[in-house]
Design a protein around this ligand. Structure first.
Ligand code: ADP
Ligand code: MG
Length: 471
């Protein structure tokens, strides 16, 4: 059974984060009362004329750019003709011949290192209505009809469930950072169709398309279930028919929906109601210049600055934290990221708020990180002042005073205390001289006790070693 190679190609639909629909002025929103966001254009009534949403085109350019695609400067839209209850106007406006982006790729991490997944194309289209099947009735919500989408189609370049999942995670990360879509699979703003085939030779096998899988995790399960079904068929000398299936989570199997329709059945032709669209170089450049620093570049910086791979990934998964760090290019990022992922994240989770809704000032954040670095604050100190730090936009010094954290950094004062402790602990000094490291810790402890924990530990350490070597 293991000599079969799996091949996977993925088609992803994502809804674009525009205010209005792709070709009309109805609101593009989620969770609004059914059938309250419709114009005659969304329903394709006779006599209506669609108008291209510029923001939709801009977001599609962003997506094409982060997927490393070539951008088609002259485009037109096409009608894909079919009837279905969610598309009573009988055609969907899409881009069949002149997709906005072609020949792209993204890099994913696999157990054998980086792998390039080629993007065949990315095209703009309008969404259809949403059908709801309940208790023997079917309902249609046309709020979704005409919502702008991009469809992103890969080449059949993935060979396992983990590669497919890694591709989807990476795609999601890119589109989220590019502010193209909110990519919520549970709300349907990101939807995946997965094509699977198996073969023992270099020639690809006949594929099945599994439609609309509900989560990235289920994509992995669906691929394995479908490959298993195909291998069993082949092993029993049965033919695989190119069909469209869905994944049944309960029984972990794919179920036939319909035998596949081909491109010819759709009678694609240029949409006659929308003129050709020409994108100027300036327009494309301007849109591209609005892209934020993308995750791979951030990851590279984090690793260069000494952040662990695990923490780098954690920060990137939390866009707010990652964006926040961009404010502090010269700060010690290891300490800053530990602070954000540790105490600050716990605070945010506990209080269920975002960083932007706290009173934490950039000055205080900077100073806390610097003081942690210099040893002027301990991590215990930070825990003690955390609530104040997040809830008061007053200077750090005031927060420290009101929490009784007065770090003694005055060298002459500290030297006096150190000398007293040395005098009072001759036995430990002798132990230290004989190479017992524990003695140093003990002496440090005595000094911290004497100063009630308010001495700057790194300064004390330095003075103590100074004085001990003089003896
Ligand atoms: P359609 O017109 O039916 O959508 P496409 O040729 O556009 O078909 O391919 C759709 C997806 O199927 C692409 O992601 C492509 O990589 C993938 N695909 C094509 N052939 C195979 C195959 N034999 N096995 C797995 N995936 C395939
Ligand atoms: Mg397709």
């Amino acid at each position: 059974m293991n000599d079969y190679k799996k091949t996977i190609g993925i088609e992803v639909h994502v809804e674009l984060k525009t205010n209005t629909k792709m070709f009309s002025s109805s609101i593009n929103g989620f969770g609004i009362t059914a059938n309250h966001n419709i114009t005659p254009i969304d329903l394709g009534y006779p006599g209506t004329l669609p108008l291209i949403n510029q923001k939709g085109v801009e977001l599609a350019i962003r997506a094409a750019t982060v997927l490393n695609c070539k951008i088609n400067k002259t485009m037109h839209f096409d009608r894909k003709n079919y009837f279905y209850p969610d598309l009573p106007k009988g055609y969907q406006i899409t881009q069949a011949r002149t997709p906005i982006g072609v020949d792209g790729y993204i890099m994913i991490n696999t157990e054998n290192g980086e792998k390039k997944i080629r993007i065949h194309d990315i095209h703009i289209e309008e969404d259809t209505a949403k059908s709801l099947h309940q208790e023997g009735h079917s309902y249609l919500d046309f709020n979704r009809a005409g919502v702008p989408l991009v469809e992103i189609v890969t080449e059949p370049d993935m060979n396992s469930d983990t590669e497919a999942m890694a591709y989807l995670e990476k795609l999601r990360e890119l589109l989220l950072y590019a502010n193209v879509s909110d990519c919520k699979m549970e709300e349907g703003s990101m939807r995946c169709d997965v094509n699977v085939s198996v073969s023992k030779t270099e020639q690809l096998g006949v594929r099945a398309e599994i439609k609309n899988i509900g989560s990235i995790h289920n994509v992995g399960l669906a691929i394995n279930a479908e490959a298993k079904r195909q291998i069993e068929l082949l092993e029993n000398h049965q033919e695989i028919i190119e069909d469209t299936r869905r994944y049944d989570e309960k029984n972990n199997q794919t179920i036939l929906m319909r035998v596949k329709e081909t491109g010819n059945d759709y009678r694609y032709f240029p949409e006659p109601d929308i003129p050709y669209l020409t994108l100027t170089e300036e327009f494309i450049k301007k849109v591209q210049s609005e892209l934020p620093v993308m995750p791979d570049e951030r990851r590279k910086t984090y690793l260069e600055k000494g952040i662990s791979k695990v923490n780098a990934d954690k920060i990137i998964q939390n866009r707010d934290l990652s964006d926040y760090l961009l404010n502090f290019p010269t700060l010690n990022l290891v300490i800053a990221s530990n602070l954000l992922l540790g105490d600050i994240s716990s605070y945010l989770n506990k209080n269920n708020i975002s960083l932007a809704n706290t009173k934490l000032t950039k000055e205080n954040f900077t100073q806390v990180v610097e003081k942690l670095e210099k040893g002027e604050l301990s991590s215990k100190n930070v825990k003690d002042i955390l609530n104040d730090l997040m809830e008061k936009s007053i200077p750090l010094e005031e927060i420290l005073v009101s929490n009784n954290i007065q770090n003694i950094s005055d060298v002459s004062l500290l030297r006096e205390i150190v000398l007293n402790i040395i005098k009072a602990n001759e036995a430990s000094v002798k132990d230290y001289k004989e190479g017992k490291d524990r003695a140093l810790k003990y002496l440090m402890g005595q000094i911290m006790k004497e100063t009630k924990g308010s001495a700057n530990p790194s300064v004390v350490n330095q003075i103590l070693i100074d004085e001990l070597t003089k003896l």
